[in-house]
Design a binder for this molecule. Structure first.
Ligand code: ATP
Ligand code: MG
Length: 287
């Protein structure tokens, strides 16, 4: 089978009849560099978390998933079930929009940095007074454009409107808020806060807007544990922050060739991904 994309985290194959098989590996990237360590079963956690949210949001927007059952896929993926099961999906091949749609529910990260300095974010003035990590009055959608070097550039909604049309831009922004709002209500029942996330969309063979890639995983989102959420600080997060902190502390952030993580950092990260999977899906095992 033809491999068409080898991304930072996913291997994407195309079937003879024009569908995709997407395998989420255990690779981990931080500061845009793929590290020289794998996080055991991280790919299964990401894939199973995405499948959960795809199902929960299917009434808001169709998604790219065709099947998560290896029996529906080319036979080669059943040869190593222990590896592929739980991390492999068959999807529609979408014509992807070259944007990421970032949805923020809290004043944090780059938004907090910009707001502190300029009182604006991505060209939008922010009138309300916020402290770090405070919930926003309303979720905010900010697109970014994916460029070939792999570094994304934030753009204004107005620029997106000019590029894909006002109606389409507003429709997608509205869908982003609907997905985010529905999922954060679900996550709240499970003790999780979804601080921010990003979505990717494309069009299927009939031109229908469809959500693809991954949805609301710790790789694409910032999750906080509700029990120790406080404003004015950086809350404990269920994502790669662990790894990022270690890289920064050792002055290895963004360094090439990518460093190898110490065993305990890798093991603790694996534990965090598993915990996140269990918290969201209520399940203990991936298959
Ligand atoms: N249904 C789909 N049809 C076509 N392309 C898809 C689909 N779902 C996801 N993709 C693309 O497949 C790739 C997934 O690989 P991976 O997540 O490893 O990429 P990445 O390194 O994050 O790269 P990128 O910066 O492009 O997101 C992404 O480029 C994503 O846009
Ligand atoms: Mg990706």
């Amino acid at each position: 089978m033809k491999k068409i994309i080898s991304g930072k985290v996913r291997e994407v194959y195309e079937t003879d009849d024009g569908k995709l098989v997407i395998v989420t590996t255990d690779r981990i990237s931080a500061f845009d560099v793929i590290l020289d360590s794998e996080i055991p079963d991280k790919g299964k956690a990401l894939n199973c978390i995405s499948l959960y949210w795809f199902d929960l949001t299917k009434d808001i927007i169709p998604n790219h998933i065709i099947s998560s059952d290896l029996a529906d896929m080319p036979a080669e993926f059943s040869k190593d079930k222990a590896y592929y099961e739980g991390r492999t999906v068959m999807t529609k091949k979408l014509k992807m929009l070259p944007y990421e749609f970032i949805v923020r529910g809290y004043m944090f990260g780059s938004m907090w940095e910009d707001y502190k300095k300029t009182g604006t974010y991505c060209g939008v003035p922010i009138e309300e007074k916020y402290v770090q990590a405070e919930k926003l009055k309303a979720p905010m959608v900010t697109p970014s454009v994916k460029n070939s070097e792999g570094h994304d550039e934030n753009i204004t909604l107005d620029r997106l409107r000019a590029e894909i049309g006002k109606e389409e831009a507003d429709r997608i922004a509205d869908i982003c808020v609907k997905i985010y709002t529905k999922c954060r209500e679900d996550a709240a029942k499970k003790g999780l806060i979804i601080a921010d996330t990003k979505f990717e969309f494309g069009y299927d063979e009939n031109g229908v807007l469809t959500i693809g890639d991954e949805v609301l995983t710790p790789d694409s989102s910032r999750f906080w544990a509700a029990e120790d959420y406080k404003t004015g600080i950086s809350p404990r997060s269920y994502d790669k922050q662990f790894v990022r902190d270690w890289l920064i502390a050792n002055k290895l952030n963004g360094v090439v060739p990518a460093p190898r993580l110490p065993e305990d950092i890798a093991a603790n990260t694996a534990k965090l991904y598993k915990e996140c999977f269990t918290a969201i899906t209520g399940r203990e095992s991936y298959v």
